[in-house]
Structures are given as C-alpha cells and as structure tokens.
Design a protein around this ligand. Structure first.
Ligand code: RIB
Length: 298
C-alpha cells in the first residue's frame, strides 16, 4: 500500500454541547464540555490510519500539558509521529467548539501550528518525500502549504489539498494539487466567478472534488459530473466530517481504489463519523465501512 504524509494542524478541541448555537453578543449554557484531540491535520491522519492506512503526520505541538495527550492519541491510532516537533515556550493549538442544532462553530487558537514553517519542512523533507501521497489543509501557514505542494509536485507525489478553513489562495498554488477538496462554501470563495457546480467542476477538469454535507460529494470524470450521494446518518456531531472524508479518500487511493469508489468510501466514512461526538470519535475502521457499504479490497 502507498504511504500517506499529512502535513497539518494538531489541536486540542474544547467542545461544548449546547441546545443551540449562541447569537452575536449572547451567553448561553452548555450541557457538557469535552477535551478531545482534533485539528484538521491530525483528524485526517487518524481517519486514514483507522482505515488501515500507512500514515505519518508532520506538524508541531507546544510544550504544555496538551502536547503529550495529543501525541499519545496519534500513536494509539497508529499514526507515525516521529517528525512532529515539540516547540518550547509555545502552547499547543486549541479549538473552541460549540456543537448544537446538528452543526457547529469553531474558533481556533493556532499556537504551535504557526511553527509549521517551510524551514521545519526542510528539516523533515526526506521523511515527507518517502510518502507517495501528500495531503494538506489551511490550518498551518499558507506559505508552508504552497511550499509543501511544490515539493510534492516536483517529486512526482500525488498531492491532495483540502482548502479548509476557507482562505484566499492563488490559482498558481491550486495548480500544484492533483485533487482540490473544498466544501461548497470554500469552493465559492476560491472560485467566485466559476458559475454553478457543474461549470466549476468542468473548469477544473477532474481535479476538483466538492463535498456537500448531507448531499454527498461531486467530482468530474470522463467529461461528466460524478455525484456521490451521502449515506443517511443519525447526526450527533458533524465536527471532523470533512476531515474524515479527506483522510479516508487519501487512504482509499493509497489502497488502489479508482476515483468513484474512493469517493464512495470517503462519503460513507464521513457519514459514519457524524454519529459519535468529537472530531475523531466516530471515525470508522475499515471493518465498519465495509459492514455499512460492502466494499471489497481492490
Ligand atoms: O475540522 C474540524 C477541526 O477543525 C476540529 O478538530 C478543530 O480542531 C478545528 O481545527
């Protein structure tokens, strides 16, 4: 199986469960508070590893009490943490999350994720490039994202770019990715003049995969729009569903599945992930995905 390198953020999620999301300037009471590992990079690495992927995570934690717990969690999920740096005098990344109304809102305090610089990547470059598939998101500095994508491209790696959270990124950077995987909101921000979804997919010629929540995912293959419907879910917490989609998509490609099948597997896993609390709590194993959707090894 191909190896996956995830270059991205590692956070401790402080997740409050509430009856509803608060309005601007409003204070509400939560029903519970949980401290659970998260961060888009870590979540995608764990999602791929739960499916049996061979995954290494590249990123930074601080030297606070959260750092040990975050690394321990990755190791328990069989993610290679050898290249993760502990940065002295810095806090680990934190995400303050409110979950309510089958949705969430998130405020991220990046902390050590800011230390995932091009210079750090240079130090871990040989380990990064020992992988076949690179996957990136936007919770580390954007110059590092661009640099990693260029390294991957020059070395002939498959580069998956999940442009989340939404940020303005140049076409020059986007062109370095083999797959770009925004949700609908991120896609509209990246391509404000692209028109409707089929027009956007056609314009990007097979490199664009747009996730659409409970509507599933859409891509472009052989001159046609490919619509992959979502598996209906009993939603508890949608946090990390997009990360599950991306990590599992990378893992399915690493296992050798073709695009449409990889998207079906990723969709099924993303749906399952919403049925348990926490970003990583509901991420399924391969056995669970096959039990739900009957996929077989390629
Ligand atoms: O995508 C979900 C993730 O976004 C959470 O785990 C949180 O850490 C934020 O980074």
């Amino acid at each position: 199986m191909k190896k996956i390198a995830v270059i991205g953020s590692i956070n401790m999620d402080l997740t409050a469960q509430a009856e509803r999301l608060p309005g601007k300037g409003e204070t509400i009471s939560a029903k519970s508070l949980q401290y659970v590992p998260g961060g888009k990079g870590a979540n995608q690495a764990v999602a791929a590893a739960r499916l049996g992927g061979d995954v290494a995570l590249f990123g930074c934690v601080g030297d606070d009490a959260f750092a040990d717990r975050l690394i321990e969690n990755l190791e328990q999920n069989s993610v290679d943490t050898a290249s993760i740096r502990r940065v002295a005098g810095v806090s680990s990344g934190i995400a303050m999350i409110t979950v309510a109304e089958q949705d969430n809102c998130i405020v991220v305090v990046p902390g050590a994720n800011h230390c995932v610089t091009p210079a750090y990547l240079d130090e871990v470059k040989s380990a990064v490039l020992s992988a076949d598939i690179l996957i990136l998101q936007n919770e580390i500095p954007l110059d590092t994202v661009a640099y990693a994508m260029e390294l991957g491209r020059q070395a002939g790696k498959l580069v998956i770019y999940n442009p989340a959270p939404a940020a303005p990124v140049s076409e020059e950077v986007l062109e370095k990715a083999d797959y770009i995987t925004p949700n609908e909101h991120e896609a509209a921000l990246l391509f404000p003049d692209a028109g409707d979804l089929p027009a956007l997919l056609e314009r990007c010629g097979g490199r664009m995969i747009v996730t659409q929540g409970e509507k599933g995912a859409a891509a472009w293959e052989n001159g046609e729009m490919l619509c992959i419907p979502a598996r209906p879910a009993r939603v508890v917490d949608t946090t990390g569903a997009g990360d599950t989609f991306n990590g599992v998509f990378a893992c399915a490609l690493a296992k050798g599945y073709p695009l449409a099948k990889a998207l079906q597997i990723a969709n099924t896993a993303a749906s399952l992930s919403t049925e348990q609390p926490g970003a990583q709590g509901g991420m399924p194993t391969w056995a669970r995905v096959t039990e739900c959707a009957g996929f077989e090894e390629p």
